[in-house]
Design a protein around this ligand. Structure first.
Ligand code: GLV
Length: 308
């Protein structure tokens, strides 16, 4: 029974050590050491392996080494192969740190103060209590829910929107298109933590920005393709949005000369909001292999119909 890791050498070495210590019954292989593709039951990769169906006839589970699975073409994946998102503590904690950090920086006007400092302007802005800063999260999956829990003690009015109805403690939950409009109308800081699917591609567009209160801010930690770039630029330039924090772009890296680089109201980070921890990933994958062996569904199994 072989687990094939396709990825960087450093990550492979860390994962190999975890497998050796915790799952000696599973042969950990990398592409250069693999001699019998038919023995492969599990693959972990960020991008889809070529000729997967023909090359690995006994593949049971394909693990994404990240939280997202939009890089895989679900239609090209054999129906019997389970695709599994990475659900892992470090990945969740990283996202909580990045999003809460961004929310606080926006809430306390730190981006506006950074601009004022550059212009040598000593200017106080009114302080808004947290109870009057409404946070709306697009997406209420593992990451969205963890961010909401972290923000709850501070007293922000919290809302979340997702496809299906949910009950979340201390959070007003919305679903469906009408729910989206209702949430946007009462959101001062909007955070995108949606999976990228055909339904969510381009969701951060003029129509959506127009439904936010004037001066709202955006944090995009989903995927670059959630955003219609020109619409964001217009919304910022016209003052309808006050600030954007973007950790993702399309393509990545962002090409030189792109208007986002130098924009005074955009903070850009290079897709580092949350980064996979190799040790944690190996542990999560071993736990899922054990679950699968007992006939249980792996944690993070992708629903093919939903695409995430
Ligand atoms: C990163 O974006 C991931 O999907 O983990």
């Amino acid at each position: 029974m072989t687990f094939l890791f396709i990825g960087g050498a450093e990550r492979a070495a860390t994962m190999r050590a975890v497998f050796a210590a915790q799952a000696p019954d599973i042969a950990f292989q990398t592409a250069d050491s693999l001699d019998d593709p038919a023995s492969v039951r599990y693959i972990a990769a960020w991008t889809p392996p070529a000729d997967m169906a023909d090359r690995y006839p006994n593949l049971a589970l394909l693990f994404s080494t990240g939280a997202g699975v939009d890089q895989f073409d679900l239609a090209a994946l054999p129906p019997h192969v389970g695709l599994v998102r990475l659900v892992e503590r470090h990945l969740i904690d990283g996202m909580v740190e990045y999003v809460t950090g961004s929310v606080f920086a926006l809430h306390r006007d730190l981006f506006a103060y950074a601009r004022a400092q550059r212009e040598e302007r000593w200017q106080e802005l009114p302080v808004r209590p947290a109870a009057h800063r409404r946070i709306g999260i697009l997406g209420a999956g593992e990451l969205g829910r963890a961010v909401l829990s972290a923000l709850r003690p501070f007293g922000f009015p919290l809302a979340a929107w997702s496809r299906s109805p949910r009950t979340l403690e201390g959070v007003t939950h919305f679903n469906g298109p009408d729910g989206l409009a209702a949430m946007l109308a009462q959101t001062d800081i909007l955070v995108c933590l949606l999976p990228l699917t055909p339904d969510t591609t381009g969701i951060l567009c003029r129509n959506l920005f127009d439904q936010l209160p004037s001066g709202a801010a955006l944090v995009n930690v989903g995927r670059g393709r959630h955003l219609v770039e020109q619409d964001l630029l217009s919304a910022l330039d016209e003052g309808r949005l006050s600030q954007a924090v973007l950790d993702v772009t399309a393509p990545e890296p962002l090409p030189s000369g792109h208007p986002f680089w130098g924009h005074p109201r955009i903070l850009l980070t290079p897709h580092i909001a949350s980064v996979t921890d190799a040790e944690g990933a190996a542990r999560a994958m071993i736990a899922n292999i054990r679950r699968h062996a007992q006939g249980a569904a792996p944690d993070g199994l992708v629903r093919r119909d939903a695409g995430y």
